[in-house]
Ligand binder design. Structure first.
Ligand code: GLY
Length: 357
C-alpha cells in the first residue's frame, strides 16, 4: 500500500493506493477521521459491485452505517435534481456534523458526493473511494466538486477537500476497457506535466486494466503525487493548478463539439497533442518533445488530433468557463516535465488550433 500525504490550506489528508483496500476501509476511516457514522453515496453500477464490501468493513470496525444512498449511474445524473435527492437522503438518515459521506464510484459520484458533503449542514466530512482510473488519478484528489447545468459541465460546485481517499486498484478490473483507455489521457497529461520517466514507461508499455496490481498501484500513486504537488501549492486554482488544464482548452472544445460522444480523456489527449504541435510550430518546445507526447498518446490508441473545423472548436472554446474576458489561458508544454500557462487572445488561440493540426 502506498500513502500519499496531501497538504492543502483547508485540510491535510492521506490518499491510500493499493490492492484489497476496500476490505480495510473500516480501519482506514477509524484512524484518519473522527466519524462515528457513515453513509455510502453510490450509483447503480458500482453500488452492487462494491458497496456491501465497504459497508461490511466499516461496520466490522464499529462504525455505524446508515442505509446507502444510490442514484442512477452516468453523467446525465449529474444534475441539481440528483444532488437534491442525495441531500434529502442524508437528511432522512439524520446524518449529523460528526458523521461522514463515503462517495463510492467514479468521477460523477465523487463530484456529486463531494458537493453534497460540502453543502449538507454547511459541510460534513467526505471520504472519497474512487473506483475508476479517472477518479483515482484526477477527480478524487484536490477537492473539486460539481454538478452540471444545461449550459455546461461542472458549472456549479465548491472546493471541498476529502478527509481521506482510498483507491483500491482491484476495482479497476470492472472498469470497461474503453473507459479505462480513455482515462489514460489524463495519466499521460500528468506524465507530460511532471514525470518524463513515467512518460517513457507508458510509451514503451501502454497502461491497461490487465496490468498487475503493483504496476497499477505505482502508476496511480505517481499520478496522485503529481496532482498533490500542484494542489498543495495552489488549492483554489489561482495559478499553478491551471497547469492541470494541459490539453483541456482544445480538449473541452472537442468534447462539447462532439456532443460528448468522445470521452473526456480522449479529448484531452487530442488537445494535448495539438497544443504540443502548436508549441513546436511557435518554437516554444522542441520537435522531439511534441513527437514524444504524440507517440505515447498513439501507443494508447487515443486520438492525436481532430477533424472538427477550427471555427467549430472556437465557438465551443469561447463558451468555456475558463475563458477570461476576450482571452483564454492555454497550458504550453515547454519540455516533458515543464509546462507554462500563457494567456492568449482569441485570435492567437485560433492560430494555435490551426498550428496544432
Ligand atoms: N482536474 C483538474 C483539477 O483538479 O484542477
Amino acid at each position: 500500500m502506498e500513502v500519499i500525504k496531501v497538504s492543502t490550506a483547508s485540510r491535510p489528508y492521506d490518499v491510500f493506493v493499493g490492492e484489497g483496500l476496500l476490505e480495510r476501509m473500516g480501519e482506514l476511516v477509524r484512524t484518519t477521521t473522527g466519524c462515528e457514522r457513515c453513509c455510502v453515496v453510490t450509483e447503480t453500477t458500482v453500488g452492487p459491485l462494491y458497496a456491501d464490501a465497504v459497508e461490511d468493513a466499516l461496520s466490522s470496525s464499529g462504525i455505524c452505517v446508515a442505509p446507502r444512498v444510490t442514484f442512477a449511474a452516468g453523467e446525465p445524473s449529474k444534475t441539481l435534481d440528483t444532488l437534491g435527492s442525495i441531500l434529502e437522503g442524508l437528511a432522512d438518515r439524520e446524518l449529523t456534523r460528526d458523521d461522514a459521506v463515503v462517495a463510492l464510484g467514479g468521477g460523477v459520484t465523487g463530484d456529486m458526493g463531494g458537493l453534497a458533503a460540502a453543502l449538507y449542514l454547511r459541510g460534513v466530512e467526505v471520504v472519497q473511494v474512487p473506483t475508476s482510473l479517472l477518479a483515482m488519478v484526477d477527480s478524487s484528489v484536490g477537492g473539486k466538486t460539481a454538478v452540471d447545468l444545461r449550459a455546461g459541465k461542472n458549472l456549479v460546485g465548491a472546493f471541498w477537500q476529502p478527509s481521506l481517499v482510498v483507491a483500491d486498484v482491484q476495482t479497476l478490473s470492472t472498469v470497461p476497457t474503453d473507459l479505462f483507455k480513455d482515462s489514460c489521457g489524463e495519466v499521460i497529461k500528468h506524465a507530460v506535466l511532471a514525470d518524463p520517466i513515467l512518460l517513457e514507461e507508458l510509451e514503451q508499455k501502454p497502461l491497461t486494466s490487465e496490468d498487475d496490481p503493483e504496476r497499477l498501484s505505482s502508476v496511480v500513486a505517481r499520478n496522485v503525487a503529481i496532482k498533490r504537488d500542484v494542489v498543495s501549492a495552489d488549492e483554489l486554482e489561482r495559478g499553478l493548478r491551471q497547469t492541470l488544464n494541459l490539453g483541456h482548452t482544445i480538449g473541452h472544445a472537442i468534447e462539447a463539439a462532439s456532443e460528448f460522444s468522445l470521452g473526456h480523456g480522449s479529448c484531452v489527449a487530442a488537445g494535448l497533442c495539438m497544443m504540443a504541435h502548436a508549441a513546436f510550430a511557435r518554437g516554444w518546445c522542441s520537435e522531439e518533445t511534441a513527437a514524444r507526447i504524440e507517440r505515447c498518446v498513439a501507443a494508447h490508441g487515443l486520438p492525436v488530433g481532430t477533424d472538427l473545423p477550427t471555427e467549430t472548436l472556437m465557438r465551443y472554446a469561447t463558451h468555456d468557463k475558463k475563458r477570461h474576458g476576450s482571452n483564454v489561458n492555454v497550458v504550453v508544454p515547454i519540455e516533458v516535465g515543464r509546462c507554462e500557462v500563457r494567456r492568449v487572445s482569441l485570435e492567437e488561440f485560433r492560430d494555435l488550433i490551426e498550428a496544432g493540426r
